[in-house]
Every structure is written in structure tokens, then in C-alpha cells.
Design a protein around this ligand. Structure first.
Ligand SMILES: Nc1nc(=O)c2c([nH]1)NC[C@@H]1CN(c3ccc(C(=O)N[C@@H](CCC(=O)O)C(=O)O)cc3)C=[N+]21
Length: 296
């Protein structure tokens, strides 16, 4: 029997409608709404489309959303100045600087300039440090946080399971491992982290009850690398040429979907899997950041 699909699109829609209700209630109670600022430097088409999707999703949930677009040759100092202004802006509770940034800008410096309380990406070293020391009152990076929600909402709690994470990036692999290791709901897993340079990757991935793949290369995981009955989460979003389509490309994940779906018990599609959850958890983090700002 082929694997059941984990529809990120459906789970995201449920969470977004809950968020919209939460925002409406907060607005009735406080007269204010959460505010999100997205900053895009340059004109990379994929980044433009992600930022557009983030803004429209925010507006649909009733979140105030501002998009700031700067030219590709913006000096680092100017971007740092913009971030300082957003840090001081009482109508903005979440700041997202779209990555990657152009070469003249030191990404780490920009991420460190964002007020940790407004860091809805969860990339500031203070938030990274808190998460990796097990804090639960922290803004968690959107993609791995979305993966946790997908697991919980399909009855696939990671508690007591062997989770294998393939990929060690700061935006997915490392925070994914931290979340799975945390005490409490969504955590309590046994975690192995592997990556593209792991020799005999299949020997590791075949041990997984839950296999999470975030490498950024199509066909990184094939059917022979998956234990029958495993849950497979595909974080990859790769554009591959497809001259016969309108857009000229097709999106595929890091997992050989057609092969692996015959072996796994559950699997996420691409598109319609983790991607929509990433955007949803950004909204969720923005509402959380707003609520915490009210408590201060
Ligand atoms: N500061 C920062 N934060 C990010 O969260 C961030 C970033 N920079 N840079 C780039 C990556 C990538 N990312 C995605 C978000 C949504 C989809 C998504 O919704 N994908 C749809 C399809 C979209 C399409 O059709 O192109 C899907 O998978 O169904 C994908 C990728 C966020 N990122």
C-alpha cells in the first residue's frame, strides 16, 4: 500500500484559520494587530515569490504586513540602519530579512542586528542558543517548527522515535535536531544528524522511524534508503528545468517521491508539503511575538 500523504497545504490552512481567529480576538481586546516586516535585497525571482507569498498570507490572517525592497547593491550599513528602525518601530513585532543576501553584506551581522524578540525566523544567536539548550519559550525557525506541527497533526509524534535528519544547515538541519531533542510535546526523540558527506548514508537513513531530508539536492534519498513503514519528510525545494511547462521549471524535493512512497507509511509531497508550513509558522511566530510584547 503506498504511503499516506501529509498535506502541508491542508494543515497550513487549518493553522492559518486558527491564527486569523486569534488575531481577531487580540484586535478586539487590545485595538492592535501583530505587524510583520519582510525585507528583500535584490531581485532573485525565487526570493521575490517567497516574500510575496509571505506578505499575502500575513494579510489573509489579519496581520499588518510591510514589504521593504532594496536594490541589490545596497550597502550593508544601510540595511543595518533599516533593521535598527524596524527594531524601534512599535507597530512591527516580527522582522524577516530574506536570505540569501548579496555578497557585499555580511549575513551574520544582519541577523545579529535584529532584536531577538522580533526575530520571527529564529536565526539570532540568542534564539539559536536558547533553542539548543532546550528552551521552549523561544521563537523557533519556521521550517523545522512546521515539520514538528506536521508530525504532531498526523499522529506521528516524534516522542521515543529514532529521527534521522539529513542536512546540517543553520536554517533547517541543526534547529530541526534541537527541536526533536527538546523535552516535551514535539520533542523527546532520539536524533541522528547526517549530511551530504556522510559515507554510506543509506546505512544511517534505514535506521530512521522518521526521516527528515534537507540537503537541497534531488534524489538524495531513494527507496532502498528507507525502512519500510518509515515517515518521510522532504524539506527540499529544487527547481529543475521543464521546458514543456509554463514556468519553464518544475519543483521537486530531495526525495525520490515515486519510489519512496511505495515503502514509507507517510510522506510529504513537493510542492504542497513543508513549503506552505514554513510560511504558516512565520505567521504563528509573528502572533507569538506580538503576544509576548503585550506581556512586557
Ligand atoms: N530569512 C529567510 N527565511 C525563510 O524562511 C526563507 C528564506 N529566508 N530564504 C529562502 C527559504 C525558502 N523558503 C520557502 C518558503 C515557502 C516555500 C513554499 O511555500 N513552497 C511551495 C511552492 C512555491 C512555488 O510554487 O514556488 C510549496 O512547496 O508548495 C518554499 C520555500 C523560505 N525561506
Amino acid at each position: 500500500m503506498p504511503a499516506q500523504l501529509i498535506s502541508g497545504r491542508e494543515i497550513a490552512a487549518t493553522i492559518r484559520s486558527d491564527l486569523a481567529e486569534r488575531v481577531a480576538r487580540l484586535k478586539a481586546d487590545t485595538g492592535r494587530v501583530p505587524g510583520l516586516a519582510t525585507v528583500l535585497v535584490g531581485e532573485d525571482p525565487a526570493s521575490q515569490s517567497y516574500v510575496r507569498m509571505k506578505n499575502s498570507a500575513a494579510k489573509e490572517a489579519g496581520i499588518h504586513s510591510e514589504q521593504i525592497t532594496l536594490p541589490a547593491d545596497t550597502p550593508e550599513a544601510e540595511l543595518l540602519g533599516l533593521v535598527a528602525g524596524l527594531n524601534a518601530n512599535p507597530d512591527i513585532h516580527g522582522i524577516l530579512v530574506q536570505l540569501p543576501l548579496p555578497g557585499q553584506i555580511d549575513e551574520q551581522k544582519v541577523l545579529e542586528a535584529i532584536d531577538p524578540a522580533k526575530d520571527v525566523d529564529g536565526f539570532h544567536p540568542v534564539n539559536v542558543g536558547k533553542l539548543s539548550t532546550g528552551a521552549t519559550d523561544v521563537l523557533a525557525p519556521c521550517t523545522p517548527w512546521g515539520v514538528i506541527q506536521m508530525l504532531l497533526r498526523t499522529g506521528n509524534s516524534p516522542r521515543g522515535k529514532h529521527c534521522v535528519v539529513v542536512g546540517r544547515s543553520n536554517i533547517v538541519g541543526r534547529p530541526m535536531a534541537s527541536l526533536l531533542l527538546r523535552r516535551g510535546e514535539g520533542g523527546d526523540a532520539t536524533v541522528t544528524v547526517a549530511h551530504s558527506r556522510t559515507p554510506d548514508l543509506g546505512a544511517i537513513t534505514r535506521q530512521a522511524d522518521i526521516l527528515i531530508v534537507a540537503v537541497g539536492r534531488p534524489d538524495t534519498v531513494t527507496a532502498d534508503m528507507v525502512r519500510p513503514g518509515a515517515v518521510v519528510i522532504d524539506v527540499g525545494v529544487n527547481r529543475v528545468d521543464a521546458p514543456d511547462t509554463d514556468r519553464g521549471y518544475r519543483l521537486v524535493g530531495d526525495v525520490d517521491f515515486d519510489g519512496v512512497r511505495e515503502v514509507a507509511s507517510w510522506i510529504t509531497p513537493v510542492p504542497g508539503g513543508v513549503g506552505p508550513m514554513t510560511i504558516t509558522m512565520l505567521l504563528s511566530n509573528t502572533v507569538d511575538a506580538f503576544e509576548r510584547s503585550l506581556e512586557r
